[in-house]
Design a protein around this ligand. Structure first.
Ligand SMILES: C[S@@+](CC[C@H](N)C(=O)[O-])C[C@H]1O[C@@H](n2cnc3c(N)ncnc32)[C@H](O)[C@@H]1O
Length: 303
């Protein structure tokens, strides 16, 4: 696929939205998430719709078995976290690197939950052009444009009405691999400082550094051509102009969060979520299709 079909810096955001579109095309009793807005952001969405869920999944499996399910598990894991957090009274939700995420509109969340969508200005402008006007006017959603590498998140969030006295959940989904370790570290530090007066939850996904050192360890036992697949996936991101530049060890993430007062309460991969997410819809993946290279972490501040 040519690089030119992607607007500036939105190739990977489109890539994730594409997987949500494919999942949404499954019959309601066979799907793990439902994203009725995904098609608005994906180039070639009409072709994917004609192909349908089964053929799209078949094709995805040919390229990288388990990739689709891994992205969908990540989405579902965070959906559940946000629904539970909101139900237990968390008052603010900050989506860091929101991309074409539609959680703010597709989940049933209390209208009292303030939501901040944070991303780079060009991508956010494109997203807002594509969304239905009535959604954009939702009073509880605020769009905050920030580039993590050279702008202060604190300043931009405070200017946009973030309330430091209220509890908050932050998610950094599918972003840490694209930005420098310094940017991730300063973002977590800013979040910890910003939320000192109230409790906070921080979700981060990260790619395991073993992907470069021992690719077999990042896939289920018997995964075909793990090393070749690992190269293909990283090459695909670089090709759309967003290379994976930061990979982490588990210890590195644990200490990064601990330094900022966060304790990890969950650190899971697709392997842990496979039967929980795909079992009820009869789509549990066999071991040799598991894609375990990305970790999903929930960390909490002392309340
Ligand atoms: C793979 S997409 C994930 C989008 C969304 N979280 C999801 O899972 O659908 C990565 C996102 O990170 C954002 N991003 C990358 N570098 C960034 C930066 N320096 N500042 C702010 N956002 C950034 C991109 O614009 C993009 O939306």
């Amino acid at each position: 696929m040519s690089e030119s079909i992607f607007s500036a810096k939105d190739g990977t955001a489109q890539g994730v939205a594409k997987q949500r579109l494919i999942e949404t095309l499954a019959k309601p009793d066979k799907r793990v998430i439902n994203d009725p807005y995904a098609d608005r952001f994906v180039m070639g969405a009409s072709i994917i719709k004609v192909m349908g869920h089964k053929l799209s999944i078949w094709l995805a499996k040919k390229i990288a078995p388990g990739f689709h399910e891994h992205i969908i598990s990540r989405t579902r894991f965070i959906d559940d976290l946000i629904k539970k957090s909101a139900a237990s009274g968390v008052e603010q939700y900050v989506i860091l690197g929101a991309g074409y995420d539609s959680r703010a509109y597709r989940l049933e969340l209390p209208s009292s939950l303030r939501i901040f969508e944070v991303d780079q200005p060009e991508l956010q402008a494109r997203k807002r052009r594509k969304l239905p006007k009535e959604l954009l006017n939702s009073e509880n959603i605020t769009y905050v444009d920030v580039d993590f590498t050279h702008q202060s998140l604190t300043e931009r969030l405070m200017d946009s009405g973030f309330d430091q006295s209220k509890s908050a959940v932050f998610t950094l989904e599918g972003v840490s691999q694209y930005i420098t370790k310094e940017a991730v570290s300063s973002t977590i530090k800013e979040v910890a400082t910003l939320t000192q007066k109230a409790s906070s939850i921080f979700f981060i996904s990260y790619v395991n550094e073993l992907l470069n050192k021992n690719p077999e360890a990042c896939f289920g036992k018997g995964y075909p051509n793990a090393e070749k697949r690992a190269k293909l996936i990283t090459y695909g991101s670089a090709k759309v102009g967003e290379p994976w530049i930061s990979l982490y060890s588990n210890e590195e993430i644990e200490s990064l969060l601990a330094r900022n007062g966060y304790s990890i309460t969950e650190n899971v991969t697709m392997e842990d979520l496979n039967s929980q997410h795909f079992g009820p819809v009869g789509r549990t993946l066999p071991e040799n299709q598991l894609f375990n290279l990305e970790h999903f972490v929930i960390a909490r501040s002392p309340s």
